[in-house]
Design a protein. Sequence first.
Length: 255
Amino acid sequence: MIFVEKKRLFLFELRESIYSYWISDFETVSIRYDSAAIITAISIMGDMGKWKVYEIVFLYSFSMMIEASSQIFFDAIWYLGSMIRKGKLDIILIRPAGSLFQFFGSKIQLQASLSFLVSFFVFVLSIAKMDYIITGKSIICFIFFLLFCTLLNSSILGIFNCANFWLINAGEISSIVYKLRDFSKYPLFLFPVWVINIITYVIPFATTSYYPTTFLLFGENNNIIGLIIGETIFFFSVFVLIWRRGIGTYSSTGT
């Protein structure tokens, strides 16, 4: 009986692993097709001021790197609702280590590494096509943006996913918020002012991709480094505060 149960569990995990790789492959193909669509659209419409074909590809691929990095290290936030409903959060709470550290460590999506590598390849390709001059400063800024923007992006999503502590299926709220991030993958002047204001001042996804990109490409937004540090500290602190409040009110399902 034990052998049959272990065999069933093994087959289940194997199936889940296969599904995960299929999903990862699908995301990788989507990146390639999205990049091709951008190039085709700009080729038809023509350049948009300083935003030419590969400047937009540069922005898009950088945004996808941030997204992939968040999936690799902070993807657990999307499983919070399921863990609460199934009582799996109990396992984390009975251990001596910090609950938030254990929570993120419970879901490391290494499959997203493939998406990151493809995005990075497209990013490097866009640099080569633009004849972009790489300097020590630009490399340091790129690494800084990659780290802090990933944490900022994950903190914003974490705040809304924490609604699962009080609401049933609050993941739908997070999914709607997550859709706003798509606007930051393209030049903001393409969108209405109210959209720009939301993703700049309210839910600052633009700070995770658009504004760092304009700094790297055109030297604009010189205060972006201080802005990213400030917003990252603020949103991560809010996320931790809400997380602790949620853990304090959490009661096990009893299963």
